[in-house]
Every structure is written in structure tokens, then in C-alpha cells.
Design a protein around this ligand. Structure first.
Ligand code: 0RA
Length: 635
């Protein structure tokens, strides 16, 4: 290589240096998430080519050497000389930060904070990368190492058809982990296939498998697009009517909506902008909710189901049991919010609302039987909500009479600063007593929960509120719940579920998580909920003592034969005394907490429905898949 750098080479080196110095700025982090982000970046480019109408298939292959290949059948990245940079266009795309945008491909280029950082970032963070382009009857190839071109564009053979292949090996100098996870990739690829009707995405795992296991390969392709998505989401629920859907472009915004009511109590509404999950919602979601509320109220009034003197149905009443996917694609998405997953473009609200109103008004008029079922369902929700409100007002008044209003069972802490306080939700009075003995009274509070918590997935709000354990917990947390939930009133910033490591314990844990997820979602989304991890084993040898939290840790301490060690297996919290519980499970510095995260709302919803809903079959399947699902949810 010449030492007389051109301007372009200097720009490339500066760009690479920036990316390799602060990878987190470009891909979030250098752990599991960042590693998978590399694949998403390559796939997003291919999906863009598909959205522009030029590619139909995408193949993602995980190879034995830890590399990943993403291939599409689009037009192929251009290989002609770039006028300004005087190198082939493909080299510009691969080596210059944000070069993709310069090409102004047209169509709906994603420019979110999460994606669209440019394939050159993947290149910079890869030990090696090979780009192949099929165009004009030839196969072209370029090679890179840590973003630096090591083989200029070269014709390596003949080819039929067109397309692009991006093959890269993440750099172990950059990433703390190196293994791609099938489950993580599969979920996102499936979602992309749902969101892009007709696009076929294949995931293939060519890494060595345990003997007897087949090589995994799955293709996701849905001719129904988001209608198939809703069908899949409701697969295990009973629907009240056929799926209602609409798809249209208005003022440059492509809008797709599919919706269906079920006989359940929770709503599952997923929104997307340019294929990015808008976890924090935004204008498209607002438009949707507003339109559905107006349409159902309008119909109910017109048919006399709601009398003049009746209150209108609220949006919360109207979304109960509703499953919906709202997907918009637009040129200039504005992503806002804490995690940049809230769509800010105001005009999108009225565009979505207009389309949904039109479609839903028409559906209700044309299908009186289904319309009645929907309105009935919403009115039942309204009645339950009224009953719940009365119960709540009553209990508020009662609390006011009783003084502080905090439940008697709560062993509170002294510190008044919520950010420093922790609440342990403990299974049973006896473990509660032990925890009380082991806590730090300054900032750790204990709330023992007796008996079973009601399953919120199967009961309406009024029933849920009649449950004493639930009421006690709500009062202790201080936030209210449901539509009145206010995270700013939270009295403890860490809520730690501490249950036994047995079936009952995991049941209670799941019931609590379901309640938080359904009625206090921000608590979960903002990362306030944790699971305590008591040790599985206590190990002694002479005067020395260890704790093991996994089988592997046990092995590591005692070695293969375990001679001279006394091993005690802990089945429940009750088997430890206060000091042991504090030392292993409660004290900062020793304990291991698992934070509950909702990275993947679709997955979380499915798991809660499966786990807690009416149908038995999915629950059996869940128990079968238990280990796997728990891992997905990061419990
Ligand atoms: C710029 C212009 C054209 C295609 C592409 C980029 C392109 C990029 C990627 C990335 C992955 N797969 C891709 N496929 C295409 C259009 C070139 C033309 O007009 O033929």
C-alpha cells in the first residue's frame, strides 16, 4: 500500500478510528446486543432493497468459524466509479461512514437511532469482511480487514442474476461475546418477514451441532404480511371476528393496520415505523387509538347501545382484548423518547386516524353481528372499570382513615429517597420474617405475600382489585395502577421478587410479573423489577464456606470427586437463616439480581398469554419449552 494517502483514504482511516474507538456510539454496546446489531444492519440494507421493490429473498447464514453471511437478490450495490471519490461506489459504501445516505436510493430509507448506521460500521468492527456483488453477468468481490481494504474490487467469475452478499466475522478485539444466538436472530427476522409482505427471509445455522441434532434452517415468508402477524399473535386466543385490515398510502406515508378483538382482557398493540418497533409508541399509535375509540363509540351511539345519558367508552375500555399491528413507512421518520422508539411526526397521526376510521366504520356497518360483539365487549370493560374505580375510591377512603395508609404487613425502611430504596416481595410470612432479620433497615423494605396472587390474565380489573395481596402491593408501591399508574410516585426504585426455587415459587413469580407487566408496564419497561437469586448450594470444607448459584459453580468449587466437601442443597428461602439470606441474596456486593427487561415486547406478550391465559395446550407447550422461554424473557 502506498504511504501517500489521498484525501479519501484519510477520511476512511478517521472514520474507522472513530467507530473502533467508540463502538457503543454506533451499535449500542459491544456485548450480545451489539454483536447482533451487526447482523441487523446488514439485513436492514437488504430489506431496504426489498422495500424498494428489487429484492425478494434474503439469506442469513451463521457459519462454523463464527462469521455471518447476509445475501439478497436485489440489484447489487453499484460497482461503477464514484464520481467524487474516484473509487468504485461499493468501496465508498463499505468504507465511508454514512455513505449509504449519499446514494439517495429513494424509497423509504430508515434513519432511526437504532438502525441505519451504515454497513461501513459493520466493516470497521469485523476482523474480516467480504463483499460480493452480482451484476451485469459477473461476480465481483472486495475484501477488508477491520474496515481497511485489503483487496480492491475484482471480477472473480461469471454470474447469473443480481444481488449482494455481505460476509463478515465480528472482531473479537471489539466484542466481549462472539456467539450469535439463533433465538434472538429468528425473532427479528420473523418480525421483518411479517412487516414486509412477500419477502422470504431464511436463517440457516451451519455451526457444528451436537450429534443427532439436525442443521437448523427456517424460512419466514408471509403473503398476508401484518394480517398474518395478527393471526399468529392470536393463534392461541379466541377471536370475536375475522381480522380487519387496511393498507394505503397517503401523502407519502404508507400505512398498514391489522386488528382483531379476542375474549381476553389485555391489549396487544404493536406499532412500527420503517420496520423499527416503536416501543414507546408515538403519533401512529395515537392516531390508531383515537380512530378506534371514535368508531366504536359512534357505532354504539347510533345503534342505541349507548344511551344519551351514558358515558362514552374510554380508549382503555376500547382496547381491552384488542390485538393490533400498526406499521407505517415514511421518508423522514422522527424518532424521539428515551430509547428513540417513539415516532414524532405529527402528520402521521391524522393520516393513520383517517384510514382506520374509514375502514372500521365500514366494517361495523357491514357486519352488525361482529359489531355488536365488539361493542358488548367494550361495554363490559367499561362496567368492570367503573366497579374497579368504586372499589379503589372505597379503599382510598379506608386508608385515609387508617393513618399512613401503608399496609400493616409492610416492614418499611427508613430512607425517604425512593431512588435508594428497595422493596423485597417475599413468599410467605416465615421467609418474610427471615428477610426482615437479614435486611438493611435503612433502605430495604420487606413485604411478605401470603398465598396465591390472583391471575390477572384470567380476571378483570374489579376481581383483581378484590385480591388482598394485590391491593397491599399497590399501596406499598405508591404508584396506582392501570390508566392511573404514575411511576413518579414509586416508593422503591428496585422491586425485588424473592421466592423459593421450586414450582410454587416460580408460579408466584410469574403471577407477579404478569401483574406488573399488565397493570404497571412502565415499571417493567424502565427496569425497576428484579428477581433475587438465592444460591442452590452451600458448600463447606473445614472452616471454609462457599455458595454456588449454578451446577457449574458447584463443580468449580468441589472438583470432579467432591471429596471432603459437605454440600447442602437449598430448596427454599426458609432453609437459610437471616444472616445467610442477607449474605447470599440480599446484600449489595454479594447478591445476584436479575433485572427483568422487555427487549422484545412481542415475545413477552406471547409468553404471558401462553402462560396465564385460558387455553391449556399452550401452557403444556410452555412448560415443555420452559428453559428456553425463560431465557428469552431474561427472567
Ligand atoms: C445503491 C444503489 C442501488 C442499489 C443499492 C445501493 C443496494 C444496496 C444494498 C445493500 C445490500 N443489498 C443491496 N442492494 C442494493 C441501485 C443500483 C442500480 O441502479 O442498479
Amino acid at each position: 500500500m502506498s504511504t501517500n494517502y489521498t484525501g479519501e483514504q484519510i477520511e476512511v482511516l478517521r472514520g474507522l478510528e472513530a467507530v473502533r474507538k467508540r463502538p457503543g456510539m454506533y451499535i449500542g454496546n459491544t456485548a450480545e446486543r451489539g454483536l447482533h446489531q451487526l447482523v441487523y444492519e446488514a439485513v436492514d440494507n437488504a430489506v431496504d432493497e426489498a422495500m424498494a421493490g428489487h429484492a425478494r429473498t434474503i439469506q442469513v447464514v451463521l457459519l462454523a468459524d463464527g462469521s455471518c453471511s447476509v445475501e439478497d437478490d436485489g440489484r447489487g450495490i453499484p460497482i461503477d466509479m464514484h464520481a467524487e471519490e474516484r473509487v468504485p461506489a461499493v468501496e465508498v459504501v463499505m468504507t465511508i461512514l454514512h455513505a449509504g445516505a449519499k446514494f439517495g436510493k429513494g424509497g423509504y430509507k430508515v434513519s432511526g437511532g437504532l438502525h441505519g448506521v451504515g454497513i461501513s460500521v459493520v466493516n470497521a468492527l469485523s476482523e474480516w469482511m467480504i463483499t460480493e456483488v452480482k451484476r451485469d453477468g459477473f461476480l465481483w468481490q472486495m475484501k477488508f480487514e477491520r474496515g481497511i481494504t485489503v483487496q480492491k474490487l475484482k471480477k472473480i467469475g461469471k454470474a447469473t442474476g443480481t444481488g449482494t452478499r455481505q460476509w463478515f466475522k465480528p472482531d473479537p478485539e471489539v466484542f466481549e461475546v462472539s456467539e450469535f444466538h439463533w433465538d434472538i436472530l429468528q425473532k427479528r427476522l420473523r418480525e421483518l418477514a411479517f412487516l414486509n409482505r412477500g419477502l422470504a427471509i431464511t436463517l440457516r445455522d451451519e455451526r457444528p451441532v451436537r450429534s443427532g441434532e439436525p442443521v437448523r434452517e427456517r424460512t419466514y415468508e408471509f403473503d398476508g404480511g401484518i394480517v398474518s402477524f395478527v393471526e399468529w399473535l392470536n393463534g392461541k386466543k379466541d377471536a370475536l371476528h375475522p381480522i380487519i385490515s387496511t393498507h394505503a398510502e397517503r401523502d407519502g406515508v404508507d400505512v398498514e393496520v391489522a386488528m382483531q378483538y379476542t375474549d381476553t382482557y389485555a391489549d396487544q398493540i404493536f406499532s412500527y415505523a420503517n420496520n423499527i418497533a416503536t416501543i414507546e409508541g408515538g403519533m401512529h399509535l395515537q392516531g390508531f387509538r383515537q380512530a378506534v375509540t371514535n368508531a366504536v363509540n359512534g357505532y354504539a351511539r347510533k345503534r342505541g347501545m349507548l344511551k344519551e345519558s351514558d358515558n362514552s367508552l374510554s380508549t382503555d375500555d376500547i382496547v381491552e382484548g384488542l390485538t393490533a399491528v400498526v406499521s407505517v413507512k415514511l421518508q423522514d421518520p422522527q424518532f424521539e423518547g428515551q430509547t428513540k422508539t417513539k415516532l414524532g411526526n405529527a402528520r402521521v397521526r391524522s393520516i393513520v386516524a383517517g384510514l382506520v376510521s374509514e375502514r372500521l366504520d365500514f366494517f361495523l356497518e357491514e357486519n352488525p353481528k361482529y359489531a355488536r360483539a365488539i361493542v358488548d365487549k367494550c361495554m363490559q370493560a367499561q362496567r368492570a372499570r367503573d366497579a374497579a374505580k368504586k372499589a379503589r375510591d372505597l379503599s382510598r377512603r379506608k386508608n385515609a382513615l387508617e393513618g399512613s395508609g401503608l399496609p400493616g404487613k409492610l416492614v418499611d425502611c427508613k430512607n425517604g429517597n425512593a431512588a435508594e430504596c428497595e422493596l423485597f416481595l417475599v413468599e410467605g410470612d416465615s421467609a418474610g420474617g427471615t428477610a426482615k432479620g437479614g435486611r438493611d433497615p435503612n433502605n430495604q423494605a420487606i413485604l411478605p405475600l401470603r398465598g396465591k396472587i390472583i391471575n390477572v390474565e384470567k380476571a378483570r380489573l374489579d376481581k383483581v382489585l378484590a385480591n388482598e395481596e394485590i391491593r397491599t402491593m399497590i399501596t406499598a408501591l405508591g404508584t396506582g395502577f392501570g390508566d392511573e399508574f404514575n411511576v413518579e410516585k414509586l416508593r422503591y426504585h428496585k422491586i425485588i421478587i424473592m421466592t423459593d426455587a421450586d414450582v410454587d415459587g416460580s408460579h408466584i413469580r410469574t403471577l407477579l410479573l404478569t401483574f406488573f407487566y399488565r397493570q404497571m408496564k412502565p415499571l417493567v419497561v424502565e427496569g425497576h423489577v428484579f428477581i433475587a437469586q438465592p444460591p442452590l448450594y452451600g458448600i463447606r470444607k473445614g472452616k471454609r464456606q462457599w455458595w454456588a448459584f449454578t451446577e457449574a459453580e458447584l463443580k468449580a468449587v468441589i472438583g470432579e470427586d467432591g471429596k471432603d466437601f459437605t454440600i447442602q442443597q437449598y430448596k427454599g428461602l426458609g432453609e437459610m437463616d437471616a444472616e445467610q439470606l442477607a449474605e447470599t441474596t440480599m446484600e449489595v456486593g454479594h447478591r445476584r439480581l436479575k433485572q427483568i427487561t422487555v427487549e422484545d415486547a412481542v415475545e413477552a406478550e406471547q409468553i404471558f398469554t401462553d402462560l396465564m391465559g385460558d387455553k391449556v395446550e399452550p401452557r403444556k407447550q410452555y412448560i415443555f419449552d420452559y428453559a428456553k422461554s425463560v431465557k428469552n424473557l431474561d427472567l
